[in-house]
Design a protein around this ligand. Structure first.
Ligand code: HEC
Length: 170
């Protein structure tokens, strides 16, 4: 009995000692990683010079012509309310490819094999009638990222009015 008690005291005495926690100095912070070299900005599509349509655009122009698009002019051109409505459509449906300022430098556009058009490119803008561009908004340019975007006839004219007012070369 006495020995058992002694043993207990001994065990308690021994085991009760809390292990010393060694406080190690915090590891020195790793040297900051060198800043990644930024990827070169994708070249903005052409903004000037002669315009030669690629085969897909050429095909779209011909289809538009056959549909009588050349006879149509924008009934909403210069109309402030239409321009505002067109901006809302543009910001929602066109910015990703054509860019916020119409330079054709939208983030999604840079990945496309066929680059979105730059609306400031005078030779290209002037190469087609308003009616042709309107037809393209409704029907797209087959074989490129320029797909029909579900605009109504009126909405397409409104977006055109906005592009005309804001980006198109005068
Ligand atoms: C997914 C990308 C994409 C989106 C979104 C897009 N476009 Fe395009 N767009 C293109 C590409 C690419 C072309 C050029 C095709 C070519 O050159 O064959 C083009 C061409 C055009 C053209 C023809 C210009 C010309 O001179 O032939 C017009 C006008 C146009 N886009 C307007 C718009 C409008 C307005 C919207 C929004 C309602 C829009 N696009 C949305 C990719 C896009």
């Amino acid at each position: 009995m006495y020995r058992a008690l002694l043993l207990t005291v001994f065990l308690v005495g021994c085991g009760g000692e809390a292990p010393k926690t060694e406080t190690k100095p915090a590891p020195a912070p790793a040297a900051p990683a060198p800043a990644p070299t930024p990827a070169p900005a994708p070249a903005a599509p052409a903004a000037s010079g002669p315009y030669t349509p690629d085969p897909m655009a050429q095909a779209a122009y011909e289809k538009a012509k056959a549909a009588g698009a050349d006879a149509k002019t924008n009934p909403k051109k210069g109309d402030a309310a239409a321009i505002a409505a067109g901006k809302a459509q543009y910001d929602a449906k066109c910015v990703a490819c054509h860019g916020a300022t119409g330079l054709g430098d939208g983030v999604a556009g840079s990945a496309l094999p066929q680059k979105p058009s730059n609306f400031h490119w005078k030779e290209r803008w002037d190469a087609t009638t308003e009616g042709t561009k309107h037809w393209i908004l409704l029907n797209g340019i087959q074989g490129t990222g320029m797909a029909p975007l579900g605009l109504t006839e009126d909405q397409a004219w409104e977006v055109m009015a906005y592009i005309d007012a804001e980006f198109a070369p005068k």
